[in-house]
Design a protein around this ligand. Structure first.
Ligand code: IMP
Length: 181
């Protein structure tokens, strides 16, 4: 296994949980009196999803979806694979997709189109991180934890080749390692 050098801490656990509270408060306001489905995108969103969920006060159901366009590399393959287990009925419900990071927007764009086929009342996106500068689609994130530069970030659920998800903070892989891949 090659060794990658982890950069400095971009966002600590305290930063992230504080921001999740702020966003959940906004969601509670926006969906006051409504039912809501929070859909967690596996695997990268699990920690952020839990932080959001713990602070939601509106009537909420949850479910999980797996969609990815990345393998063991840092560049999108462009091919989106969806393992979708639609246990929950989304018809006529408000849905918020809780995502770890929106990069090109490719994965979510594809997923949102699939979700629309289920006839939800609305679908919005809540992402922990947003790499707006990398966007190649018209995907809009409604709730954004943090805007970040074009770095390959890891930690707090985010991986590189399934590693680093356990870090209790968001960091990045050093440039040398990025270029070597
Ligand atoms: P997109 O389809 O290009 O928007 O890529 C979205 C997905 O790629 C995310 O859900 C992540 O799984 C992965 N991804 C994109 N950028 C990063 C990164 O910097 N670190 C880790 N995963 C990333």
């Amino acid at each position: 296994m090659s060794e990658q050098k982890i950069g400095k801490v971009l966002y600590s656990q305290t930063d992230i949980t504080k921001r999740a509270k702020e966003i959940a408060a906004q969601i509670n306001k926006d969906y006051d009196g409504e039912d809501l489905i929070l859909l967690c995108t596996l695997k990268g969103s699990v920690l952020w999803f839990a932080d959001i969920l713990k602070n939601i006060t509106v009537d909420t159901k949850i479910d999980f979806v797996s969609a990815s366009s990345y393998g063991a590399s840092k560049t999108s393959s462009g091919v989106v694979k969806i393992k979708f287990d639609p246990e929950i009925n989304m018809y006529n419900s408000h849905v918020i997709v809780v995502e770890d990071i929106v990069d090109t927007g490719n994965t979510l764009k594809y997923l949102l189109a699939k979700l629309e086929e289920r006839g939800p009342k609305s679908v919005k996106v809540c992402t922990m991180l947003n790499k707006e500068s990398r966007r190649t689609t018209d995907l809009h994130a409604d709730y954004v934890g943090f805007e970040i530069d074009d770095l390959f970030v890891i930690g707090y659920g985010l991986d590189f080749d399934q590693r680093f998800r356990e870090l209790p903070y968001i960091s990045y892989l050093e440039e040398d390692d990025v270029e070597a891949l």
